[in-house]
Design a protein around this ligand. Structure first.
Ligand code: NDP
Length: 483
């Protein structure tokens, strides 16, 4: 029997137990069993982390950009060196296939550090001259101690997406990974120690959202919070942070439309739509979950889509031929299945899937769900309006451009839209009219880290990525010098 893993907090450069000495269980979703313990930290641990971050701030913020860049590059290299270990850890924690963690999650975590290590070298601020009178220039100074709170679906990928820009501009950081998937954040603390990151610059505090997350949100010395997670949690954070006037970046849920016209490249669209529906078990905020298909190709789409899906393998995440691994937790598994029941009650027809799956052998007690396709639902029903965040999509035919535009924009969310057409006018029209922060045309998840990333409506406030992130993590100050 494998030994249980004991995860520790990373505070003031050291790996430490929580002050309470209390721990929480961490499950391996593919086998449905506990495999690790994490600190059940509380406000006292957050206070300790904040004290360390306050002490580290003056010297860290005074370092040169080249120095900070070098340290972040070292962290990036160490992540790459440990690709295998980190990918296995991510898969074990989250249930995603190892090959996926190895080709997407972990390389992206390394890229996040590399990207912000180099972008800080090119970051600049503005100057505005008042001819003959004065010169204004804008200083962009680090904010101080900042907080980062991240979710379980892309654990190290999203955790580092916040930490790297915050550190690059000279802040010190208190970060909390999801309590459901804490393992790679712990391995990152070991990497930071090895990379020589000065003590107190990054502090990782494990525990519950309602305890550690709230303590971070409510702490007066933490001046900004970057959060990714559910819209309801974002609401709580916004409410808690408002009286303290904290800077907030909120990346939240999505219910992304896929709009397919009959003039698209059909084969490429089908391949990509399978990915945009079921990658990472559908547990990506950017997955397309409402698929609208032009009525002239609806039947052809349906047939070929289902043919492709029926070949997807739901299985042990450590197998190379597994397409969909386990659902992250028992609670989330129950939630997804309850949405499939709801879809049936709302009059939907399950065209494919709709059930949990028993994966025999070591995964006998794991949490697996078939890729599921539903048709025949009204656009306004809950299944089509609420985020399910699992391997479940609905398909709906449409006839007219403005009809599908209205359906696509009809939810409270506005994260991403995916458009399939080769018509230039349609492309520009829909790109302007779709209410989402990201529009992918004839592609999905094609990411340039320099671009603004985030959503509108209930999907987000603010943008991450590129200089947007560096601007978020700095305070602009205007200096006006009279000639
Ligand atoms: P949650 O909102 O449940 O949790 C996100 C993080 O917030 C976790 O670390 C959680 O801790 C913490 N948290 C929970 N309650 C509080 C609180 N009261 N105060 C402060 N922090 C708190 O999201 P999930 O982890 O379930 O992630 C899935 C959600 O994330 C989906 O809605 C998805 O769409 C969204 N998401 C959005 C992305 C985007 O870029 N827009 C990208 C990826 C996911 P704990 O886990 O311990 O409860």
């Amino acid at each position: 029997m494998e030994e249980e893993i004991f995860i520790k907090n990373y505070i003031n450069g050291e790996l430490v137990k929580p002050q309470s000495n209390m721990f929480l269980d961490v499950y391996e979703p593919a086998i449905g069993k506990i495999y690790a313990k994490i600190p059940r930290s509380d406000k006292s641990d957050v206070d300790k982390a904040v004290s360390a971050a306050i002490e580290a701030y003056p010297s860290w913020s005074a370092t040169s950009v080249t120095y900070r860049s070098e340290i972040l590059l070292t962290i990036s290299r160490l992540i790459e060196d440990r690709l295998e270990l980190l990918a296995k850890a991510e898969s074990r924690d989250n249930g995603k296939p190892v090959w996926l963690a190895k080709s997407v999650d972990i390389p992206r975590a390394a890229s996040n550090f590399r990207f912000f290590a180099t972008s800080i070298l090119h970051f600049s601020s503005e100057s505005h001259e008042m001819t003959g009178e004065a010169l204004n220039y804008t200083l962009r100074q680090p904010i101080g101690v900042v907080g980062a709170i991240s979710p379980w679906n892309l654990p190290l990928y999203l955790f580092t997406w916040k930490i790297a820009p915050a550190l690059a501009v000279g802040n010190t950081v208190i970060a909390k990974p999801s309590e459901i998937t804490p393992y790679t954040a712990y391995l990152l603390s070991e990497i930071c120690i090895e990379a020589g990151l000065p003590k107190g610059v990054l502090n990782i505090v494990h525990g519950l959202g309602t305890e550690v997350g709230e303590a971070i949100t409510l702490h007066r010395e933490i001046k900004a919070i970057s959060f990714t997670g559910g819209t309801k949690t974002g609401e709580i954070i916004a409410r808690n942070a408002a009286p303290l006037f904290k800077k907030l970046s909120l990346e939240m849920g999505g219910k992304n439309p896929v709009i397919i016209f009959d003039d698209c490249n059909f084969d490429e669209m089908i391949e990509t739509t399978v990915r945009s529906s079921f990658s990472n078990q559908g547990e990506i905020c950017l997955c397309g979950s409402r698929i609208y298909i032009h009525n002239t190709i609806y039947e052809k789409f349906k047939k070929q889509f289902i043919e492709k899906i029926s070949k997807l393998v739901v299985g042990d995440p450590i197998d190379d031929n597994t397409n969909l691994g386990a659902i992250v937790s028992r609670e989330h598994y129950d939630k997804i299945l309850s949405y499939i029941d709801l879809a049936k009650k709302e009059g939907g027809t399950i065209l494919y899937g709709g059930n949990s799956i028993n994966v025999s052998g070591r995964c006998n007690d794991g949490w697996f769900i078939q890729p599921t396709v539903i048709e025949g639902l009204d656009n306004s029903c809950r299944t089509n309006q609420e985020e399910i965040f699992g391997p479940v999509v609905t398909i709906t035919p449409f006839e007219y451009d403005d009809q599908v535009l209205q359906m696509a924009n009809s939810t409270g969310y506005g994260l991403a839209s995916i458009l399939w057409t080769n018509n230039l006018q349609r492309t520009t029209y829909f790109s302007q009219k779709l209410n989402s922060g990201i529009v992918w045309v004839n592609c999905w998840m094609l990411r340039d880290l320099r671009t603004p990333f985030g959503g509108m409506k209930n999907s987000g406030v603010g943008r991450e990525g590129g200089f947007e992130a560096l601007r978020f993590f700095t305070e602009p100050k205007n200096i006006c010098i009279k000639y």
